[in-house]
Design a binder for this molecule. Structure first.
Ligand code: HAM
Length: 437
């Protein structure tokens, strides 16, 4: 008896948890946002910088801080030979390293940079919280003025306004300079000590090492205590120095003059240890639990802490996935001309000329019968078919078919070029009238 052959089961390899494929129609939207941001930032005198995805682990330990969740539990790190490597969990530390390493501190100040790219954090994945996600950020080096904080916030808001992001709020806080944080630390320890038994193990550890970071705890029981009236009252007392308070007051004056509404959030400490004075987050109620679309602040000591000359700095980063999820927009690039042919090289040359008018032109590469090629043109929802058969090629002409009306005309190539140019002028005029109307 013949044995029936069992089909071979091949395990399909899946993408890693918390990491996403960005598919073509979404990529178009991402690109539009990136172009809009690129124009806005370059017009404001910022320059794009691209730094490696992989950095020395110590950069983030020293930069972001060993007591932060990011460094403590979320970094993708590995060893190779003698070295410890980390997939960047954020962009600022790498940009600061590049600033120091490339002697940018000797450039005319301020040095204004922006960047975009993937970041990696080993977090519990959920909507808006991914293990690979993308940030776009900007940083200003060499200015300690409140106006620098204000411009960075203004540009983020401007971008969001252009994109018509819904229901945004700006939460802002002043966490002071390191000296005033020491005063806060001592007072907060004394204040919170009676509650220690009700707080989690991490908070108890942070009580010793970095009490400030306790306020960033996500454990519900701890959060309830920090959100309570007693802690709120404690935090609302100004612990910061006079200079730091003045910086904050000047900043919010500028924001008011710019018509940017803000709200003081005394519990806002941010998840990174490098901040001094200003910290802020831009949130949207349309986002759910992970509601911050953008976060940043001032970090006047980081350049020095990473081995550079004392250089005040400020900046922010936005999360692209969260931003895109706020947009109800689809970008499409439908095929306008589909070239039906039995002579691919001639078809590619004709396509090239039509593309010079800015049109999207696809050449049929199948070599199949024209009926089948027309079926693909229909599926692509092409506006026109350009037919280049044997007869057209020998007589140096094309057949143009309007696929919506079925109208068809045969034209010598020179008249076809003239016709296309005239058509695109009419189409452009139509578009402009639509935009104005
Ligand atoms: P961050 O608040 O950690 O700040 O991240 C900035 C933004 O990245 C967040 O507001 C959020 O939109 C997005 N984001 C963060 N983690 C995730 C995640 N797991 N999944 C999806 N999106 C996420 C920074 O990284 C600082 N480097 C910002 C900065 C620049 N401060 C000064 N300069």
């Amino acid at each position: 008896m013949e044995k029936t052959q069992r089909p071979r089961v091949i395990n399909q390899i899946k993408r890693l948890r918390g990491m996403d494929d960005i598919l073509p129609e979404d990529v178009l939207l991402w690109q539009q946002i990136e172009i809009m941001a690129w124009e806005l930032f370059t017009q404001a005198g910022y320059h794009e910088v691209r730094t490696p995805v992989l950095e020395d682990t110590e950069l983030f330990e020293r930069g972001v801080g060993t007591e932060t969740d990011i460094v403590n539990k979320e970094m993708y790190s590995f060893e190779k030979g003698e070295h410890r490597y980390t997939m960047r969990p954020e962009g600022t530390a790498g940009v600061v390293r590049a600033f120091i390493e490339n002697g940018m501190s000797r450039w005319p100040k301020p040095v204004k940079l922006f960047y975009k790219g993937p970041m990696f954090r080993y977090e519990r994945p959920q909507a808006g919280r991914r293990r690979q996600f993308h940030q776009m950020g900007l940083e200003i080096f060499g200015l300690d003025s409140p106006a620098a904080d204000a411009e960075s916030i203004y540009l983020a808001m401007k971008l969001f306004e252009q994109l018509e992001l819904p229901n945004l709020s700006l939460e802002i806080n002043n966490i002071g300079d390191p000296e005033s944080r020491e005063v806060f630390r001592q007072n907060f320890r004394a204040f919170i000590e009676p509650s220690l038994s009700k707080l989690c193990e991490t908070c108890n550890r942070r009580y010793e090492s970095n009490p400030f970071r306790m306020l960033d705890c996500k454990v519900p029981e701890c959060k309830a205590i920090y959100d309570g009236d007693a802690v709120s009252g404690f935090l609302a007392q100004e612990w910061t120095s006079e200079a730091s308070q003045n910086h904050f007051l000047d900043l919010i004056d500028i924001l008011d003059e710019l018509g940017i509404p803000w709200e003081r959030n005394y519990r806002l400490v941010r998840g990174l240890d490098y901040y001094t004075n200003t910290v802020f987050e831009i949130t949207s109620t349309n986002l759910g639990a992970q509601n911050a679309v953008c976060g940043g602040g001032r970090y006047d000591r980081l350049v020095e802490d990473l081995g550079g000359p004392p250089t005040p700095a400020t900046g922010w980063a936005l999360g692209m996935e969260r931003l895109v999820s706020l947009l109800d927009m689809k970008v499409e690039t439908p095929v306008e001309y589909y070239i039906i042919n039995d002579h691919p090289s001639a078809a590619m040359q004709v396509a090239d000329v039509i593309r010079q008018l800015g049109k999207i032109v696809e050449v049929d590469l199948s070599g199949k019968a024209f009926g089948k090629q027309f079926a693909v043109a229909d599926k692509r929802k092409a506006k026109y078919a350009v037919i280049l058969g044997e007869e057209e090629i020998t007589q140096n002409k094309v057949t143009l078919k309007d696929l919506a009306t079925g109208d068809q005309s045969v034209m010598p190539l020179p008249s076809f070029w003239e016709y296309l140019e005239a058509l695109s002028i009419v189409e452009e005029a139509g578009l402009e009238a639509e935009e104005e109307g």
